[in-house]
Design a protein around this ligand. Structure first.
Ligand code: FAD
Ligand code: NAP
Length: 537
């Protein structure tokens, strides 16, 4: 441990699922003096910010929660297959209250800079108001889908109606009876479109890329189903942690082409009826994300469904994706069906691009001005490293994280990066690609053990560039075994103009990731160097 005195032992930045749990473990398990900062005026992260109509999880309800608090698992229930945003936020508020975390939380505080002082081996963390605090350890829990991507469309700020990004939804914005336009058809856009099609007087969807959406199967759950899950939680979590995507279902081990065409159709049809995007991609067959023929079979099934569901052939054509089925899978209740409604129009901005936004609405290349009262940007996020680059983070030798990541954002295990001692990232670059709460728990628990070991040894810990480079290579080689790099999405940083495409995730699965962390720990935190701290400044 550093000999310099600091305001806190540890500082946590960000209070979503990751920061909340990290504050709890560092304070309540290790007994450290911890302060947690959040720029929002409330806790919850994703679930504080994303209040757009239709916002919900697509991890099924029993598996989108912490597993660490056994009593809470028993107490906290759900009533539908997926949890809506207000309920997830209420759950996180309850966790914070239950563990008496609020007294160590400071809201409305954006951290704009963090500097490592080599003389004292301490971090100084500075907020937008110029206040600063020191600590030996910093954990960044900044969110991987939290830095808003506002597209640079000519005239965007001239719009006279309400212009709103889905992750900055104002509490008082009603869509009832209004002329609403939405740009973006990712997970967010499609969820929003389903909800808005029931609220808006008229909805215009500006679609750049057509999406594969499977049914979600959302609906009520019975008290009996809930009770059955609760009784089985220990084995459920074991299954989740021992699986690849950690979504709570058994992943298929059957290759797509190993069964007859009839059997394939039957398996896809059952999955269509059951619902859930990850289930469709990973629960039906073992190789949809890796084998081009298998992928095409799944894609063809969904394309056939689109042609059956959508009445107008031209609309069906525009809604039909042609690229592989290899973005983050998504699911909705009645997505393609809603394009049969009279109050919904689809505009393909690939074929008829937006030329500018004018005060009255959106002007497309065909000269039409789509007049709107509300324009919704469902244009996603500068994912993974976005929030890091929005801060001035400086490690040893004054090197900034931007300089260190000049080529691409990298890390060791998704947790640490060379030259930034005693700094730990939850869901940093090249962390696991799964149902995220289980991954957050695994990472937070690893960081807690690492900090405990550093405390006991009186050491400053840092990773070497060699292990970081090796991890980056491993993540890239696993990603290249999949079809995900064949489509442009945020998973490889391809959604942000000018952002270099690079591997941003470990696609090796939850089970392998957990085993690896356990091995790293057993081998005395292999890959981390530990040194005696500098004398007090
Ligand atoms: P976040 O919840 O994003 O929290 C990060 C926090 O850090 C934010 O509150 C932010 O304000 C704060 N912060 C950032 N920078 C600073 C700074 N400089 N100073 C102070 N505070 C800062 N994942 C799933 O696995 N299943 C799902 O069903 C699912 N649904 C999703 C639905 C939506 C609409 C979105 C956007 C994402 C969804 N995700 C889902 C991903 C989701 O982000 C994660 O599951 C999880 O909530 C991430 O938690 P987190 O704590 O890591 O980050
Ligand atoms: P996204 O997947 O990146 O989708 C953004 C959409 O906006 C895409 O349709 C994109 O088109 C479009 N777009 C971006 N910039 C544009 C521009 N300049 N002009 C026109 N169109 C533009 O973002 P997201 O939908 O917010 O989802 C991000 C991730 O958050 C998801 O993959 C998921 O992990 C998580 N999430 C989950 C849920 C859930 O169901 N539980 C809900 C929301 C979000 P292109 O495809 O052509 O780039």
């Amino acid at each position: 441990m550093s000999t310099a005195s600091t305001d806190y032992d540890a500082i946590v930045i960000g209070l979503g699922f990751a920061g909340i749990y990290q504050l709890h473990t560092l304070r309540d398990e290790l007994g450290l003096k911890v302060r947690a900062f959040e720029k929002g005026s409330g806790i919850g992260g994703t679930w504080f910010w994303n209040r757009y109509p239709g916002a919900m999880s697509d991890t099924e309800s029993p598996f989108y929660r912490y597993s660490f608090d056994k009593e809470l698992l028993d107490e906290w229930s759900w009533s539908r297959k997926y949890i809506d945003q207000p309920d997830i936020l209420e759950y996180l508020e309850a966790v914070v209250d239950r563990h008496d975390l609020r007294r160590d939380i400071q809201l409305d505080t954006e951290i704009t800079a963090m500097t490592f002082d080599e003389a004292s081996d301490t971090w100084t963390v500075t907020s937008s108001t110029g206040q600063s605090w020191t600590a030996r350890y910093v954990v960044t829990a900044l969110g991987l889908l939290a830095a808003v991507n506002k597209p640079d469309i000519p005239g965007i700020d001239t719009f006279a109606g309400d212009l709103v990004h889905t992750a900055q939804w104002p509490a008082d914005l009603s869509l009832d009876g209004k002329r609403v336009g939405v740009i973006g058809t990712g997970s967010t856009g499609t969820q929003f479109i389903v909800a808005a099609s029931k609220l808006a007087g008229h909805l215009t969807v500006f679609q750049r890329s057509a999406q594969y959406s499977v049914p979600s199967g959302n609906g009520p759950t019975t008290a009996e189903e809930v009770a059955q899950v609760k009784a089985r939680y220990p084995e459920i979590w074991e299954q989740v942690r021992g699986s690849s995507v950690a979504f709570g279902f058994e992943e298929s081990t059957t290759p797509t082409m190993s069964v007859s065409a009839e059997e394939r159709e039957e398996i896809f049809e059952k999955a269509w009826e059951r619902g859930n995007g990850f289930y469709f991609m990973f629960g039906t067959f073992s190789d949809i994300a890796t084998d081009p023929d298998a992928n095409e079979a799944a894609a063809a099934f969904i394309r056939k469904k689109i042609s059956e569901v959508v009445d107008d052939p031209e609309t069906a054509r525009l809604l039909t994706p042609t690229q592989p089925y290899a973005k983050r899978p998504l699911c909705n209740l009645g997505y393609y069906e809603l394009y049969n409604q009279d109050n919904v129009d689809l505009v393909s901005i690939k074929e008829n691009p937006i030329v500018e936004i004018v005060p009255q609405g959106v002007k497309t290349a065909d000269g039409v001005v789509h007049e709107l009262d509300v324009l919704v940007l469902a244009t996603g996020f500068d994912a993974v490293d976005g929030n890091y680059r929005r801060m001035d983070i400086r490690g040893r030798d004054g090197i900034s994280i931007d300089e260190h990541w000049a080529d691409a954002p990298t890390s060791y295990l998704g947790l640490s990066t060379a030259g930034f001692p005693n700094l730990f990232m939850i869901l940093g670059p090249n962390g696991p690609f799964t149902n995220l709460v289980p991954s957050i728990e695994v990472q937070v628990e690893f960081v807690t053990k690492l900090v405990r070991s550093a405390q006991e040894r009186g050491a400053v810990v840092e990773v070497t560039q060699e292990v970081e480079d090796a991890w980056t290579e491993e993540c890239a080689s696993i990603a290249n075994m999949t079809l995900f790099p064949k489509t442009d999405s945020w998973i490889f940083g391809a959604n942000i103009p000018g952002k270099k495409h690079s591997v941003l995730f470990y696609l090796g699965g939850m089970s392998a990731y957990r085993d690896l962390l356990a091995e790293v720990e057993e081998q005395g935190f292999r890959g981390y160097t530990a040194r005696t701290p500098s004398a007090a400044a």
